[in-house]
Every structure is written in C-alpha cells, then in structure tokens.
Design a protein around this ligand. Structure first.
Ligand SMILES: *Cc1c(COP(=O)(O)O)cnc(C)c1O
Length: 360
C-alpha cells in the first residue's frame, strides 16, 4: 500500500520533481543526446581495457581522484588544486548550487539552455532568474545579464550553448567579472568541437570568480562513464572537495578517465571528423525547404522546420533515426536538435529528411 501523504513528507523544495527519463525509443541511429557516436580509437580502447584489468575493486576509490586531477591539470596548464572531478558534469553542477546557492540567493541563466541548471537550483532552494535569449537569433541579452547578475550569487552560461550551439562572447564574461560580484560558471561541455582558442580556461588564473565546467561525456565519447570536472580557483575547489559525496567517482571511472585523458591526442581525428561532418550537414540542411538553422560550434545543430514534432516521429518510426524534439519547449517551437553522427549515420539522416520533405 503506497504511503498516502508522501508529498507532504518530502522536503518542500523537492516536491513535484519527476524522474529524468528520456524514454529513448530503440533506434538504429541515435542522434538525440549529443553523444560522440564514433567508436573509441583502438589505442584508447586497448589502454582502457588494460587499465580496467589492473584496477582493484576491493578498495575504496581515492576520494579526491588525485591521479586523474593531475592528468587534467597537466593538460589544462593548471594545478591539481584548481581541478575537482564529479560523477558527470551534472554532479559538479549540483554541488555548485549546493555550495553557493541556497535560500535568499539567485542563479542567473540564459534560456533556452541546459535544463539541469534550473532543476538543481530549485532543489537547492535557489531562486532562478531567467534572462531569455532573443527569440529569433538566440543572441544573449548582455546588458540584461549584467543587470541580473549584479544581485546574484551565481551566473551559469554555456559555451557552446546547448541547444543553440553558439559560443559566449568573452567580452560578456569580462563584463560579468568586472561589473558584478557574482560567481560565473562557464559550461564548456562541448568546447572541444569549437576553435581551439575558444576556451576560457586560461582566464582562471587571473579571475578567481570564474569557473569552467568540462566533461568527458561529449568529445571523449564517455557519456556512460560519468566523469566531469570543474576548473576554478583553489578556494572554490576546496569548498567543492569538502561538500561532495566522498566516493562519487568510482575506481573504474577514475581509471578509465585517467587513461582517456592521457591519450587525448587520439581523439583529435575523431573530433575533426565530427566538425567536418557538421559543416556538411549545415550545407545539406540549407537545401531542405523551410529549414532554419543556427551556426553551431558544438557536435549538434539546432534546426527549425515546419511540423518538427511530426518529422521527428516519422524519422523515428519510418527510418529508425532518433533526434531530440524541442518543439514543446518554451522559445523553441518547431525546433529539433540533431547530433552530428558518423558519416554513415548522417547520410541516413539526410536521405530520410529528403524523403520526408518530398512528401514520400
Ligand atoms: C552534456 C552536458 C553536460 C554534462 O554532462 P555529463 O554527462 O553530466 O558530464 C553539462 N552541460 C551541458 C550543457 C551538457 O549538454
């Protein structure tokens, strides 16, 4: 018999949340979740296999994942003390709000953006201030963001943004740091697909209120592993280190992540291939009647087209291709987000879209 008053017993800030369940229909081609759909490079796969075999499971993990932090720090030219890892970027985002949010504090976001910022903020009783992007261009309203940030604890911006694909102008980050006192988190989950100079990680040294989120879920093709990390001033990292779930990053995840980061050069050709395919998809989408798209620096493209929800359903049901429907989301009517897949997957997608648009 179910507990009848569970809604009353649950902590008020947590009432009404639904489990996250994307309810993926099994499809041959899944371009819905911005994963890297390429197989791991062979050298990486072999290195990971060896790392897994030599990892003992009877001992607790290193709670601070120091070997992995050292590898990440060496890559990014920072110190171990500037890096904190988490069970996916999601855990790091939650911990940021757990640590720096709370009653009487505000988080500023710029939707359409990653939904989790808002969800975690609400769970942590943090007021969310939404500064909506331009309805047509999805450009950020920079003045409004600076104004909103002036009495906020935290600002979370995404560069490149999910789902719109655009980078944040560094000049806006500069203004937020100079003209407000807020902590500024720049989510660079997709930055490997942008120009090499686009990351603001080098700014960390001079700007203790700037924090950069990264993940191994996208370019590194390790979404199932659950490993993300924050690069920030050591005082921020110290706080996160103190409040996190102590063993959230398990021994297997630490071993695999360390190996993958060590072999990061192996991923460069895969990322280059995805970027090239993104360019090809953009050109091909331009040939489809009625399609609007926005320039993307990530491994996905946001498109708007007539009857997007129906097109998505037909892609799924008739062609076994899954893309992400955003047509129901505020500000994103008739939009879908398409992950850039392998060349073969993209060909299948393009053939299907042509057939649908020709009314077959
Ligand atoms: C995918 C993603 C993340 C992190 O995902 P994890 O798998 O939890 O590391 C963070 N921010 C954005 C915008 C993303 O799209």
């Amino acid at each position: 018999m179910p507990l009848p008053d569970v809604d009353v017993r649950v902590r008020p800030a947590l009432a009404g949340f639904e489990p996250y369940d994307p309810a993926f229909s099994p499809c041959k081609v899944n371009l819905s979740a911005n994963e890297n759909t390429h197989a791991l490079p062979r050298a990486v796969r072999e290195g990971i296999a060896a790392a897994l075999v030599r990892t003992p499971l009877n001992r607790y993990p290193d709670p601070l994942a120091n070997e992995l932090r050292d590898e990440l720090a060496a890559w990014h030219g920072v110190a171990r003390e500037n890096v904190m890892v988490g069970n996916g970027g999601d855990e790091v985002l939650f911990n940021l709000l757990f640590a720096f949010g709370g009653q009487g504090r505000r988080l500023v976001v710029a939707p359409p953006c990653f939904e989790e910022y808002k969800n975690f903020a609400k769970m942590c009783e943090t007021e969310v201030v939404e500064v909506w992007r331009d309805e047509q261009s999805f450009a950020l309203d920079e003045d409004a963001l600076v104004r909103a940030a002036s009495d906020a604890a935290l600002v979370m911006l995404t560069s490149p943004n999910n789902p719109t694909g655009d980078l944040v102008d560094p000049a806006l980050v500069r203004r937020l740091l100079d003209e407000t006192d807020a902590l500024v988190m720049l989510d660079e989950a997709y930055i490997e697909f942008a120009d090499a100079s686009a990351s603001l990680v080098p700014w960390i040294r001079e700007n203790p209120r700037l924090m950069i989120l990264r993940t191994l879920s996208k370019a590194f093709a390790l979404a199932g592993l659950r490993c993300g990390y924050l690069i920030a001033d050591r005082s921020v990292v110290d706080v996160l280190a103190a409040i996190r779930q102590i063993y959230s990053e398990d021994v297997l995840a630490q071993a695999v992540a360390t190996e993958a980061v060590r072999s990061r050069a192996e991923f460069a050709p895969v990322v280059a291939e995805i970027v090239a395919e993104r360019g090809r998809l953009v050109e091909e989408f331009d040939r489809l009647p009625g399609v609007t798209q926005w320039p993307s620096s990530a491994n996905f493209i946001l498109v708007r087209l007539p009857h997007a929800a129906e097109v998505r359903a037909r892609l799924r049901d008739e062609f076994s291709i899954l893309v992400r429907d955003f047509s129901y989301a505020p500000g994103l009517s008739d939009c879908m987000r398409i992950t850039v897949g392998t060349r073969e997957e993209n060909d299948k997608l393009l053939r299907a879209l042509h057939r649908i648009s020709e009314g077959e």
